[in-house]
Write a protein that binds this ligand. Structure first.
Ligand code: PLP
Length: 339
C-alpha cells in the first residue's frame, strides 16, 4: 500500500515538529486541504466565510466547494493580509450575535469561519484576528500555503487558529511535486482529519467499512519522501531566500523604489518578493520593460471580488486591496543555485 507508507508519517512528524503543532496531516494538495479544513470547522451549505479579496483563487474556491459564500474583507497596508480592524468594522456593521452564533443581518446566514492568508509569506496581524474570532465565535483557519518558515512573534504561522493549511506545490518554499498539509493544535481533530483523508475507513485487516463521507485526499508516500528530503534543507532554502530579499531591498532602495519588507515582530520566509510601484501606469511600464527583457515579473492576482464567479459576494471596503492591485509587481524569488 504505497499511500500509507512510512514517509507520510515521517513527513507529518517533521512538519508538526517544525511548526510546533500537535498533529499534521498530509494531503494531495493545499486546495483540498483547505476544503477539508473548512469541513472540519463545520462550514455547511449557506454558511458564510470571511476571507480577503487579495488572495489566490484556491482560498475562495475551497469555500465554494462547501456551498458556502465568501465575504471579502480588506487587507492591511503593512502586511497584505486580512485586516483585523476592517473585519471588526464589517462585523459590527453587518452582523449580530444570536445564541452565540455570528449572523449576517442582511442574509440571515451564519458566519461560520474566517480564512486569512499570509500573503507572499509575510505574517498578517494574526493575534488581533484570534481575539476577534473568539469574540464573534468564528472558527479561524489560516491559509499558510505561502508561509512555511514564516513566524509571528516567534510562533509559526498556521498555529494560531484551529487549523493551518500548507501547500507544497512546485513553486513553494519546499515542494513534494504537489501536496498540502493540515496542522492542528488539537491532536484529536488532527486524527479525525487523517481518518477523513483516507475515505473514513474503519481500520480493519480485511473489512471495508466506512463511518463518514470521507475523501481520497491523502498524500502518496512517494511525494512524502520528497517532502522529507526537502525538509532536511529548509534552513538553507530560507537563508537563500532571505539573502535574495535583502539584495532586492538594497538595490531597490538605491533607485528609490519601495520593496515590500517583512512586517514588524515577524520573520517572513520571503516566498515571493515584490515591489510597490507608484500607480497603475508605472506598474504596467515595469511589467512591460522587465518581461520584454527576459525577466519574468507579474502583477498581483486579480482581486477575488472582480472575478465573475464571486462578483456578487458581499464585501466590505476594499481600499487597500485595490491600492495594492494597481501597484504590486512580483519579482523572481526562487532559491538561487550557489554554484
Ligand atoms: C494562498 C494560497 N492558497 C492555496 C493554495 C493552493 O495550494 P495548492 O496549489 O497546493 O493546491 C496556494 C498555492 O498554490 C496559495 O498560494
Amino acid at each position: 500500500m504505497i499511500s500509507v507508507g512510512k514517509y507520510v508519517d515521517r513527513f507529518e512528524e517533521m512538519i508538526a515538529g517544525y511548526t510546533g503543532s500537535a498533529r499534521a496531516v498530509a494531503c494531495v494538495n493545499g486546495t483540498n486541504a483547505l476544503h477539508l479544513a473548512l469541513k472540519l470547522a463545520g462550514v455547511e451549505q449557506h454558511d458564510e466565510v470571511i476571507t480577503q479579496s487579495l488572495t489566490f483563487i484556491a482560498t475562495v474556491n475551497a469555500i465554494a466547494y462547501c456551498n458556502a459564500k465568501p465575504v471579502f474583507v480588506d487587507v492591511d497596508r503593512d502586511t497584505m493580509g486580512l485586516s483585523p480592524e476592517k473585519m471588526k468594522r464589517w462585523l459590527e456593521t453587518n452582523t449580530k450575535l444570536e445564541s452565540n452564533q455570528c449572523i449576517n443581518r442582511s442574509t440571515g446566514n451564519r458566519i461560520k469561519a474566517c480564512v486569512p492568508m499570509h500573503t507572499f509569506g509575510h505574517p498578517m496581524h494574526i493575534e488581533e484576528l484570534v481575539d476577534l474570532c473568539a469574540r464573534w465565535n468564528i472558527k479561524l483557519i489560516e491559509d499558510v500555503a505561502e508561509s512555511l518558515g514564516s513566524f509571528y512573534k516567534g510562533k509559526h504561522t498556521g498555529t494560531f487558529g484551529c487549523i493551518g493549511v500548507l501547500s507544497f506545490n512546485g513553486n513553494k518554499t519546499i515542494t513534494t511535486g504537489g501536496g498540502g498539509m493540515l496542522v492542528f493544535q488539537d491532536k484529536e481533530l488532527g486524527n479525525y482529519a487523517k481518518h477523513l483523508t483516507t475515505q473514513a475507513k474503519i481500520p480493519h485487516k480485511w473489512e471495508f467499512k466506512h463511518d463518514a463521507i470521507g475523501y481520497n485526499y491523502r498524500m502518496p508516500n512517494i511525494n512524502a519522501a520528497l517532502g522529507c528530503a526537502q525538509m532536511e534543507n529548509i534552513e538553507a532554502f530560507l537563508n537563500n531566500k532571505r539573502e535574495t530579499a535583502m539584495k532586492y531591498k538594497r538595490f531597490f532602495s538605491t533607485i528609490g523604489m519601495q520593496f515590500f519588507d517583512e512586517p514588524k515582530e515577524c520573520k517572513s520566509n520571503f516566498w515571493l518578493n515584490c515591489v510597490i510601484l507608484e500607480g497603475k501606469e508605472e506598474q504596467i511600464q515595469f511589467l512591460t520593460e522587465t518581461n520584454n527583457n527576459g525577466v519574468m515579473t507579474r502583477p498581483l492576482w486579480e482581486l477575488m471580488n472582480r472575478l465573475p464567479m464571486f462578483a456578487e459576494c458581499q464585501r466590505g471596503d476594499l481600499t487597500n486591496a485595490e491600492w495594492f492591485a494597481d501597484r504590486v509587481v512580483n519579482v523572481p524569488s526562487g532559491v538561487r543555485n550557489s554554484n
